[in-house]
Design a protein around this ligand. Sequence first.
Ligand code: M21
Length: 143
Amino acid sequence: NVDVMKDVTLGFGEALQQCREESQLTEDKMEEFFHFWRDDFRFEDRELGCAIKCMSTHFNLLTDSHRMHHENTDKFIKSFPNGEVLSQLMIEVIHQCEQRYDAEEDHCWRILRIAECFKTSCQARGIAPTMELLMTEFIMEAE
Ligand code: M21
């Protein structure tokens, strides 16, 4: 499960470079997307929420009201090896987080809060990938 999350994170993270300009997310705020899983990662910059919104749009994962598109998200997760073992759970977690922050009208801020909630829930459920795992894979991919 942790391996599936690793692959989805690295796959999703491929859209970061394309979204930097649009979201004004500078490298000092987030160098690489997988740093999302670091213990000391802070969810403070609105730009990060904007970047996740842009990246989600890039993969067609949002509806017109900027909420998760369940069907497309399911297909996206299942496009990774063994994605089917985690797809339902991930969608459920994100959906619960969406409901918790539904009153926030600013899309970037809301998505940032949802992302933080998603990370915390994944850690509580033991499906968050470790940084060692992510970094090793990231470096191997780059070589
Ligand atoms: C699994 C890899 C990365 C996940 C990153 C962020 C997940 C955040 C979910 C935000 C979904 C936005 C939904 C909008 O309502």
